[in-house]
Design a protein around this ligand. Structure first.
Ligand code: ATP
Ligand code: MG
Length: 389
C-alpha cells in the first residue's frame, strides 16, 4: 500500500488539441510548486490524470499546500493505492475511513474501472464496498447528498481509494495562455489583478513605476516583496522597475494639478507598453475597478485607454473593494500591500483630481511634453529583477 495525491482538472479546459499542452503544463507547474516547498515527490501522468507519489509515511500537508498554488487544478484527493484483490481494496477503504470519516452520517461509494479486465463490475464493487463501509461505520447509504463519497478507481494491477475532498486553485495552468505585462503598484488591487491573469493561464511580467529619489525606495521594496509572493504561483518572474521621477517633474511643470494623475497614468501606459512589446507581452493589465477612486471613472479610464496601442485588461473592473481585499488575503499579498509606502501617484496631486477628463483635454495638456523622449528615457533607465532571485 502506498499513498498518492490524485490531481483533477476541469474537463472543460481540455477541448481538442489543447489537451496535451494543458496536462504537460499542469505537471510541470506541479513539479515546480513541490520543488519550491523543498519536495521532490515524483509527478506522473497516468490515465489522463496527474498523480503525485508520496514517500512512505510522508505528511501530506506540505505537498497539498504547494499544490494549492497551482492553477488548473480543480480538486486534489489523498489516495491509498492497493492491490487488485477485493480484500486489499477493503483494507484501503478501511484506512480512508479512519482518515477522512469525521463523524459522517451518510456515504456513497463510486467505483470506476479504468481497466475493464477487472473481474467485478462497478456495480458489484459498489455493493461489496458499500456493505463493508456500512458494517464498519453504521452510516446509511445516500446517493444524492452523502457526507462522504468514497471513490475507488481500478487501474491496471492497482486500485486507488480516496475521498475527493480538497478544492484546488481552479482556472488554467500558467503558461497555457498568452504573455501579459501587469502594472504593479504597491497597492492592494494590482497584485490581485495579476493573480487573476495567472488563473486564466497567462504568464505575467511586472512593471512598477517609482519616484525614487523624490521619495524613499519603499514602493520598490514593496513591489519586490509582492512579486516574490506572486511568483509562488508562476514559478519564474521578471519585475521591471521604472524610474518615474523625472517624467513627473516635467508633468508637474506642464499640467494643471487636477489632471496630473491622468497625465501620469497615460504616460505610464505608454512606457509600460514599450516595455511590454520588448518583453513579448500582448496586453497590459491593471488593478482598476470602476468608481473606486477619482482616476477610475469611466471617463478617465477612456482617457487612459486612448493612448494605448495594446489592449488594457482590467480583471477587477466590476469588483468591489471588499471582494478584492478577500482575494488579496487568499493569495497572500494583502499584508504587504497595506504596509505604508511613498507612492509616486500621490505626488503633486490635489486631494480631488478631475473626475471627468477627455482624451482631447488630456492631449491638449500634454502638448508641451516630449512624450516620445520621456517614454524612451524611462524604458532605457529601467532595472529588471528576476525571481526567484
Ligand atoms: P492599486 O491598489 O493596485 O494601487 P488603486 O486602487 O490604488 O490600485 P490607482 O492608484 O488609481 O488605483 O492605480 C490604478 C492602477 O494603475 C493600479 O492598479 C496599477 O495597475 C496601476 N498603477 C498605479 N500606480 C502604479 C505604479 N506606481 N506602478 C505601476 N502601476 C501602477
Ligand atoms: Mg494605488
Amino acid at each position: 500500500m502506498s499513498r498518492h495525491l490524485l490531481v483533477r482538472y476541469h474537463e472543460v479546459a481540455l477541448k481538442g488539441k489543447n489537451r496535451r499542452g494543458f496536462i504537460n503544463a499542469l505537471a510541470v507547474n506541479a513539479r515546480r510548486a513541490l520543488a519550491r516547498g523543498g519536495l521532490t515527490h515524483p509527478v506522473r501522468q497516468d490515465f489522463g490524470q496527474i498523480r503525485v507519489d508520496l514517500p512512505d509515511g510522508a505528511d501530506t500537508s506540505p505537498a497539498l499546500h504547494a499544490l494549492s498554488h497551482v492553477y488548473g487544478i480543480a480538486r486534489i484527493a489523498v489516495a491509498d493505492r492497493t492491490g487488485w484483490a477485493p480484500e486489499e481494496i477493503m483494507d484501503g477503504v478501511d484506512r480512508v475511513i479512519e482518515r477522512e470519516w469525521n463523524g459522517a452520517q451518510s456515504f456513497r461509494v463510486t467505483a470506476n474501472r479504468a481497466d475493464k479486465r477487472y473481474p467485478l463490475t462497478s456495480v458489484d464493487l459498489n455493493r461489496q464496498i458499500g456493505a463493508f463501509v456500512q458494517s464498519r461505520t453504521g452510516a446509511r447509504v445516500d446517493l444524492r447528498g452523502a457526507d462522504v463519497d468514497i471513490r475507488v478507481d481500478v487501474r491496471e494491477k492497482a486500485a486507488y481509494v480516496y475521498v475527493e475532498s480538497i478544492r484546488g486553485a481552479g482556472g488554467l495552468p500558467v503558461g497555457t495562455s498568452g504573455h501579459v505585462a501587469a502594472m504593479l503598484s504597491g497597492g492592494i488591487d494590482s497584485p490581485v489583478a495579476a493573480a487573476r491573469m495567472f488563473r486564466r493561464g497567462c504568464t505575467v511580467d511586472f512593471v512598477h513605476f517609482h519616484s525614487f529619489p523624490l521619495v524613499d525606495g519603499s514602493s520598490r521594496d514593496k513591489a519586490r516583496d509582492l512579486v516574490r509572493v506572486l511568483d509562488d504561483r508562476q514559478f519564474g518572474s521578471r519585475l521591471h522597475l521604472v524610474p518615474f521621477a523625472e517624467a513627473q517633474r516635467r508633468i508637474v511643470a506642464a499640467v494643471n494639478p487636477a489632471y496630473r494623475v491622468i497625465a501620469y497614468r497615460r504616460l505610464m501606459v505608454r512606457i509600460a507598453e514599450a516595455i511590454a512589446r520588448r518583453a513579448g507581452a500582448l496586453a497590459l493589465v491593471t488593478g482598476e475597478s470602476i468608481g473606486q477612486v477619482a482616476s477610475q471613472t469611466v471617463e478617465n479610464v477612456a482617457a487612459i485607454d486612448a493612448v494605448a496601442g495594446l489592449p488594457i485588461l482590467r480583471p477587477l473592473i466590476g469588483m468591489d473593494k471588499q471582494e478584492i481585499i478577500d482575494e488579496a488575503r487568499r493569495i497572500g499579498t494583502y499584508d504587504i500591500s497595506i504596509l505604508p509606502d511613498e507612492d509616486c501617484c500621490s505626488l503633486f496631486v490635489p486631494r480631488h483630481p478631475a473626475l471627468r477628463s477627455t482624451p482631447q483635454e488630456a492631449e491638449r495638456l500634454e502638448a508641451a511634453l516630449d512624450i516620445d523622449e520621456l517614454v524612451a528615457m524611462s524604458a532605457d533607465n529601467m532595472q529588471t529583477v528576476t525571481f526567484p532571485g
